[in-house]
Design a protein around this ligand. Structure first.
Ligand code: SF4
Length: 329
């Protein structure tokens, strides 16, 4: 089975139904010696002042000899087109996919039809695969629910299982077994006692110890916004594939994301929000809109290269958590 690299969440139902294995290049990059990969891309000519995720995706694609990638040219990253072109001169074949900014149903359907053609697969076959994946997603939604409602899951575990839904770790059956095992394990746990409840919004963190540091300070992330979207929280069994990817908030305008964030802040009784922004990323500007829209304390954290939290970021987090602690007294 051929491995297909993906740069963000795409309709993997089509990839799997076409007999291929989706590999989320972001997850692959972070699971390796990621800082070395960033440097590798810089040696190849990527500028220092460029997003580390892009550099990592570039280097890991070549290192792992991924021959085909689906590049989301609209709805994910303003750098993807350039990434696609730099990889194509290295011989990597790219399959473009675009989420229409205005959430136009017909345009999205057209994009899916192009993908179906590229993978030589029928709509019905993709729908059958969706049935299989929805069953797994449902279990991951249970993990999410057990995070905020029962206090049985750490912020990192919540992040990990939801983010893994982007490619089902390349093997849905194996991933489902891992999810089942985890659900069994946590049924024996006592609820975690963290006083402050946090929301994490924005692209996934490049820091490796963010969640554990937060928990060492008596707080816990009970909402991972974008990661939760990767697990398709609104998808219904038997629902049309196009409809499912229209409900997915991340690739369209920021306002649908804000509606979702506000709703989850209320339901999950969140005390404060960490907005993570990646250095040199266009999403950075969304901080301005988010700060105007949310009436809850927000800490904007910026990360550049993969690795542990730096001292300055730790101090900022500590101060933010102390302030929230004072408010919850
Ligand atoms: S963090 Fe921003 S610039 Fe970097 S890959 Fe993601 S969307 Fe693109």
């Amino acid at each position: 089975m051929q491995k297909i690299g993906i740069t963000t969440t795409v309709p993997i139902e089509i990839v799997l139904a076409g007999g291929c294995i989706p590999i989320d290049l972001n997850n692959l990059f972070l699971s390796q010696d990621s800082l070395r990969l960033v440097h590798q891309a810089e040696i190849q000519g990527f500028p220092r002042n460029f997003c580390a995720w892009i550099k990592g995706i570039y280097a890991v694609t070549l290192q792992e000899k991924i021959s085909h990638i689906i590049a989301v040219t609209q709805g994910d990253c303003s750098n993807t087109q350039a990434l696609m072109e730099t990889l194509s001169i290295e011989g990597v074949k790219t399959i473009p996919f675009a989420y229409p900014y205005d959430r136009d149903k017909d345009l999205l359907k057209l994009q899916m039809e192009r993908l179906l053609k590229a993978f030589n697969c029928s709509f019905q076959k993709a729908m059958d695969t969706k049935g299989r994946l929805d069953k797994i997603r449902q279990k991951v939604h249970t993990i999410d629910q057990l995070t905020w409602n029962e206090g049985l899951v750490t912020g990192f575990e919540n992040h990990f299982f939801q983010i893994s839904c982007s490619d089902m770790q390349g093997d849905p059956e194996k991933f489902e077994m891992r999810v089942d095992k985890f659900l069994e394990e946590i049924s024996l746990r006592a609820p975690l006692q963290n006083r402050i409840r946090l929301g994490y919004i924005g692209v996934p963190p490049i820091f490796t110890d963010l969640y554990s540091f937060i928990e060492s300070q008596g707080a816990r992330v009970v909402f991972n916004e974008v990661q939760r979207q990767f697990a398709m929280p609104e998808c219904g069994q038997g629902e049309d594939l196009v409809k499912q990817y229209l409900k997915y908030t991340y690739p369209y305008d920021v306002f649908a994301r804000i509606t979702d964030i506000k709703k989850q802040i209320r339901i999950r009784q969140i005390d404060g929000v960490i907005h993570y922004v990646q250095s040199f990323c266009f999403h950075r500007l969304e901080d301005l809109i988010i700060r105007k829209a949310l009436s809850i304390p927000i800490l904007t954290l910026e990360g550049e290269n993969p690795g542990k939290l730096d001292a300055r970021t730790k101090i900022r987090l500590e101060s933010f958590l102390q302030m929230l602690n004072g408010r919850t007294d």
